[in-house]
Design a protein around this ligand. Structure first.
Ligand code: TYD
Length: 292
């Protein structure tokens, strides 16, 4: 952010005038759309904003790319567009041939955006690419998501709410490895292609929570079983063969190293997340967890 060619502009991607103004000022040659409403629980509570930001916002960004011209528009998507896989079938993985089969308002809004991106490619020849990544973790992860929430709660000696039996499986990837994959795709990936990104690092939620307790020296008795999320996806697992074969991408950070780095970051940046959990987030937390 200290770099002279860096500029931060706070604007809503649904604000067409603001987006067009920015394109006029900056003339970008590559656009990467990371902007999304991303939390499944919030989408279950109130889908509207997910449709607005994730679908309408994506169309406005692509309209700007068409109007002003870019070399590449890259859409950061999610493996959740594939729905879920059964537990205990380690032979099954998401590939790019897996049909779209969404479960939540969140994943449906991301799938809708992906279809729109593919439509802009076919109809307007917009030079697009899409990446569908597994669960990320690392610094600055908003403490509504599993890993940062459990770290923050454990550090405050609060209970750690695990949904259902805690047996759901996610495929975790350190955030910098995801960023490196996107960097490779926008520079060397093929236009019109979809790349699945994941590191073969499947873990159950309960395993993650026990690991966090151990790393922080907190008792496992903090773990509390709460009623399940509605429509809760059982298992996500990515087959990253295509991005490895075509672009040579492999994750560089092991889960053990990544989770230690992440915990260390939350310990050193307590004021960042303390401020978040004391604001609007507090009423969200009460709504989401007090009646569970
Ligand atoms: P989350 O971080 O919300 O990511 P996603 O649902 O997109 O995979 O949740 C990861 C897993 O952790 C998911 O199976 C739901 C579960 N979970 C809990 O058990 N308790 C919680 O408080 C949260 C936020 C998630």
């Amino acid at each position: 952010m200290d770099s002279p060619n860096f500029r931060f502009v706070k604007a809503d991607i649904c604000d067409r005038d603001a987006v067009y103004r920015l394109f006029e000022e900056e003339c970008p040659d590559i656009v990467v759309n990371f902007a999304a409403e991303s939390h499944v629980d919030r989408s279950i509570e109130d889908p509207g904003i997910f449709l607005q930001t994730n679908i309408i916002g994506t169309s406005i960004m692509m309209d700007a790319c068409r109007k002003y011209g870019v070399h590449r528009y890259h859409q950061v998507s999610t493996d959740e567009v594939y729905g879920d896989l059964p537990l205990g079938r380690l032979d099954l993985l998401f590939t790019k041939e897996t049909p779209i089969h969404t479960s939540s308002p969140y994943s449906s809004s991301k799938a809708a955006a992906d279809l729109l991106v593919l439509a802009y490619y076919r109809t307007y020849k917009l030079p697009i690419s899409i990446s569908r990544c597994s669960n990320n973790y690392g610094p600055y992860h908003f403490p509504e998501k599993l890993i940062p929430l459990m770290i923050a709660n454990a550090l405050n000696d609060r209970s750690l709410p695990v949904y259902g039996e805690g047996k759901n499986v996610r495929d975790w990837l350190y955030v910098e490895d995801h960023c490196k994959a996107i960097d490779l795709i926008i520079h060397k990936g093929q236009v019109g292609e979809i790349y699945n990104v994941g590191g073969h690092n499947e873990m159950t939620n309960i395993e993650i929570m026990k690991l966090i307790c151990k790393e922080l020296g907190k008792p496992e008795s903090l773990i509390t079983f709460v009623p399940d999320r509605k429509g809760h996806d059982l298992r996500y697992a990515i087959d990253p063969t295509k991005i490895y074969n075509e672009l040579g991408w492999l994750p560089e950070t092991s889960f053990n190293d990544g989770i230690r780095k992440t915990i260390d970051w939350y310990l050193k940046n307590r004021s960042w997340w303390e401020e978040i959990i004391s604001g609007e987030y507090k009423s969200y937390y009460e709504r989401m967890y007090s009646n569970r």
